[in-house]
Design a protein around this ligand. Structure first.
Ligand SMILES: Cc1cc2nc3c(=O)[nH]c(=O)nc-3n(C[C@H](O)[C@H](O)[C@H](O)COP(=O)(O)OP(=O)(O)OC[C@H]3O[C@@H](n4cnc5c(N)ncnc54)[C@H](O)[C@@H]3O)c2cc1C
Length: 560
């Protein structure tokens, strides 16, 4: 069996694992990250993208509120190209009354969150999409965060500091010898090969699946899997985040991000056997629309692009009050101290936006195990790409075109999108007179040929869906109808086995379809008919059989 060596192995390539990977690498440890799928393909790629100010938890969970506001300020400094400081409103509707607003103001003050009371007229002036029936509003420093970009930039930094990423590799066991964890047994999921990584410490950052890694060592944790569904609207409806000023409930946050707005979420307890079946139900869509349109009534007339859901990795101290009552605070376990099994650290709970803090806490524990005294730098050290040029104009309704590449004559639509997604690293693939690579392959999100190649060469993208996560290709209104085949051609030109790309294209189209199916009416239905015509009638996509996939070729569009 092939054997590798490292100081630390991190299991899980979500935002948490990526941040641990970076922190360990920056402190001089030789780190390897093992992820069974692509980076950010777990809960990290299935959330709301809200850069919490902490205000949501100000009344019910003061500890989480403090963690959020502190990390909110740090991420704005170190991850400029991953966040938008949009600010947010907490609005009170007639059915809510204003009593909660008073507790809310006090909670924000206690947690150190700047909160400014506004009149309904002021709120409507700031955010015209807000429900005009509101009776009160509070402005707070919420923002938006792109989970894919954050994870990708974090991994890039770790790799630039000596870390090694093994995506599409699953951890299948822990090597326990002489009473301590000494490594991980893994399998490469592309060729089935098993191998071992010997190390001094293992960090279990596998989110909603972290009980499975603990079971490899006969340990357990009381996870509370809380499933949440969300809808993506077809355009960016609001400039600021809009929240409901009441105790957290269903569909009470509308988050703008990139070219769209996202309404969510629901919250339902699910069993561990349901973690892989993430389909949004008709009831969830109904609830999201009914409740969401109370925040912004124009939602009822807007096109819905797709639906998706994710599972929160919460740890249940007590779930008697339902999952909204479980703390969103982080949980870090040194299994040497807790269970007498040194060499294993678990980090879970928390939130996307507290991933850096979670990593700092976990890496401190690892550093103690390895006798390393290098301090954590991640709170002050910017991520690759974070140095952004000054945005054009102050209003941020359309995020992408607000940047320009310094000293460049390229149109903002092209250069601005690249800078928006990759910050100052956009220079690596945008050259002034390189017309070939500056050609646009995805019109909705303005992704160029050069950006696709950069994602393949530098950001470890191996499949069509990986490219979507790195560049937003196929995430816009046409959902890949016009660009998917072009991108597949580009990917095939960079890979040895063209057949693999065909399978990856079919997976990509099926995945898009999965998200569209729950919202299939009106414009979404019309667009799907057109996609069917292009991809099936014109190109005959489902009849193209990639080698070895004949049985697995799910019926593309046949339900339509
Ligand atoms: C509906 C919803 C909305 C949310 N909204 C927000 C929000 O607006 N803001 C916010 O800050 N947070 C939000 N969250 C919370 C946030 O998304 C999560 O806390 C965070 O993404 C968890 O990241 P993670 O890295 O710990 O887990 P994950 O992203 O799930 O990463 C774990 C990884 O481990 C991998 N893995 C599992 N088993 C193995 C194995 N055996 N070998 C190798 N790899 C393995 C998985 O493939 C996965 O990629 C939301 C969550 C949900 C569900």
């Amino acid at each position: 069996m092939r054997r590798m060596e490292a100081d630390v192995v991190v299991i899980g390539g979500g935002a948490t694992g990526a941040s641990v990977f970076r922190d360990c690498s920056l402190r001089g440890m030789q780190a390897i990250l093992v992820e069974r799928g692509d980076i950010a393909s777990g809960t990290t790629g299935r959330n709301h993208g809200l850069l919490h100010s902490g205000a949501r938890y100000a009344v019910t969970d003061s500890h989480s509120a403090r963690e959020c506001i502190s990390e909110n300020k740090i991420l704005k400094q170190i991850a400029g190209h991953c966040v938008e400081a949009t600010d947010g409103l907490f609005i009170s509707l007639p059915e809510d009354g204003l009593d909660f607003q008073q507790q809310f103001m006090q909670g924000c003050a206690d947690a150190g969150i700047h909160a400014q009371e506004l009149s309904p007229k002021q709120a409507l002036q700031l955010e015209p999409a807000v429900n005009p029936a509101l009776i009160g509003a509070v402005r707070i420093p919420d923002g938006t965060i792109d989970p894919f970009r954050l994870t990708s930039a974090t991994i890039l930094d770790a790799r630039e500091h000596g870390g090694a990423l093994l995506n599409y590799n699953r951890a299948e066991g822990l090597l326990i010898e002489q009473g301590r964890v000494q490594g991980v047994r893994c399998r490469d999921l592309r060729n089935g090969e098993q191998f071992e990584i010997r190390c001094q410490a293992v960090v279990n950052a596998s989110g909603a699946w972290c009980h499975e890694i603990m079971e490899y060592a006969d340990l357990s944790v009381d996870m509370y899997h809380s499933r949440g569904a969300l809808l993506i609207m077809g355009h960016r409806m609001n400039g600021m985040v809009i929240n409901r000023c009441r105790k957290p409930g269903d569909a009470d946050i509308l988050v703008p991000g990139d070219t769209v707005s996202v309404i969510g979420t629901t919250s339902t307890h699910v069993g561990r056997d349901e973690l892989e079946t993430l389909e949004v139900t008709a009831d969830e869509v109904k609830t999201l629309l009914q409740e969401g349109s109370k925040l912004a009534p124009s939602m009822l007339d807007a096109r819905i692009l797709r639906a998706y859901c994710g599972v929160r990795p919460l740890v249940a101290e007590s779930s008697s009050g339902g999952d909204r009552s479980i703390s969103r605070g982080l949980v870090a376990i040194d299994h040497g101290e807790q269970d007498g099994l040194p060499g294993l650290v678990t980090i879970t709970g928390g939130k996307l936006m507290t991933c850096r803090l979670m990593a700092e806490v976990a890496t401190d524990k690892v550093a103690r195990l390895l006798n390393i005294s290098v301090p954590c730098e991640t709170a002050s050290r910017p991520l690759p790409g974070a140095h952004l040029p000054e945005p054009i104009g102050r209003k941020m309704r359309q995020g992408q075109s607000r940047y320009r590449l310094p000293d460049s004559s390229l149109p903002n639509s092209i250069a601005g999108s690249a800078v928006y997604r990759h910050g100052d690293r956009a220079r690596s693939f945008m050259q002034e007179d390189d017309h070939h690579n500056n050609a646009v392959v995805c019109e909705c999100e303005v992704v160029t040929r050069g950006e696709i190649l950069y994602a393949i060469e530098t950001l470890n993208a191996r499949s069509m869906s990986d490219l979507r996560r790195r560049t937003r290709v196929g995430m816009g209104p046409c959902q890949g109808e016009m660009c998917a085949c072009r991108v597949a051609g580009l990917l095939a030109s960079q890979q040895e086995n063209g057949d693999e790309v065909l399978g990856s294209l079919q997976d990509f189209v099926n995945e898009r379809w999965k998200g569209i199916r729950p919202v299939l009416w009106g414009d979404a239905l019309r667009e799907s008919e057109f996609s069917y015509w292009v991809q099936e009638s014109l190109l005959g996509l489902s009849s193209l059989q990639p080698e070895g996939k004949a049985e697995d070729n799910r019926d593309l569009y046949h339900e339509l």
